[in-house]
Write a protein that binds this ligand. Structure first.
Ligand SMILES: C[S@@+](CC[C@H](N)C(=O)[O-])C[C@H]1O[C@@H](n2cnc3c(N)ncnc32)[C@H](O)[C@@H]1O
Length: 277
């Protein structure tokens, strides 16, 4: 995968750290309980949270008594997380080349990180490498746009009024790991065993019918890039269509969008026959 995709993602995540927390924080925290349960996060375990962003998973794991490290390649994300969760050790680092020795952790988590990586298979292999034999790994990604309404509405509006083939750095398919079979296959290919995948119901509460457009434009990286490259006229039509579609989800004055997550979990074999790959 080209380096330019990673550079594009890094630059994006360095500029939207504040906006991301405000827009997505309440939503991405909904999967933390199931994610931590999937790696048996309990008091005393050494847990690494990869692509830790504002630090939500790391902070929650520390609350359970785990000894936690968070790693993210965005310096502003690391700084913000460290300020919020002083009991956690946050480091700047790349999910595809983790700065930790083999077998350093009992558990590794990644909440909505895998879909942003240029080489997610490398990141899976890295998660496997830094786990001790028998350690557990779990990740979440968004369900497909047919189910995750925030993405369904956004991509539907761009398809209808805009152009999906704009010049963005080439990256892996955003919804690759939303496919249960693909997630299971990829976990096994990275060296994991006992893979299990399930869906978690989540709801994205937005304050107005225009909030989805504003959020996608200011607090995301790849989707914001898609919007940035549309003509002003197309963008106006996209915004109107997104606003009308959001209106269908109004409940008591707020928009409530279904945004299920897919949770994949697996174990590093107790006696690995071969190295993680
Ligand atoms: C959608 S946010 C998820 C943040 C957090 N895990 C949460 O649950 O809200 C994606 C995060 O992945 C980080 N990220 C993307 N690519 C990365 C990479 N190659 N290595 C480390 N972090 C990466 C970004 O900086 C960003 O903080």
């Amino acid at each position: 995968m080209s380096q330019s995709f990673k550079d594009f993602e890094r630059a994006g995540w360095e500029s939207v750290a504040d906006e991301y927390a405000g827009a997505f924080g309440e939503l991405t925290q909904q999967s933390i309980g199931p994610l931590l349960d999937a790696v048996n996060a309990e008091s005393g375990i050494r847990l690494l949270d990869v692509a830790s962003g504002p630090g939500y998973v790391a902070g929650a794991a520390a609350q359970r008594g785990a000894i936690v490290t968070g790693v993210d390649f965005s310096a502003p994300m690391v700084a913000a997380a460290q300020q919020t969760y002083s009991e956690v050790n946050f480091e700047q680092g790349d999910a595809e080349a983790l700065p930790f020795a083999e077998g350093s952790f009992d558990a590794v988590t990644m909440n909505f990180g895998l879909l942003h990586l240029g080489d997610p298979d490398k990141a899976l292999a890295e998660a496997c490498r830094v786990l001790r034999p028998g350690g557990r790994f779990a990740f979440t990604v968004w369900a497909k746009p047919q189910e995750a309404a925030g993405f369904g509405i956004t991509l539907g509006a761009i398809l209808t009024h805009g152009d999906m083939r704009v010049a963005l750095p080439d990256g892996p398919p955003f919804f690759r790991f939303s496919d249960w079979a693909e997630s299971t296959r990829s976990l096994a290919a990275a060296g994991f065993t006992d893979a299990a995948v399930k869906k978690i119901a989540q709801t994205w509460r937005l304050p107005s019918v225009d909030a989805l457009f504003q959020t996608m434009q200011t607090a995301t990286v790849r989707t914001a890039g898609l919007l940035r490259h549309q003509t002003p006229e197309a963008l106006r039509s996209i915004r109107t269509m997104m606003s009308n579609a959001s209106g269908l989800y109004l409940r008591n004055g707020a928009v409530e969008l279904p945004m299920p997550a897919i949770l994949g979990a697996a174990k590093k074999p107790a006696a690995p026959k071969e190295e993680c790959r």
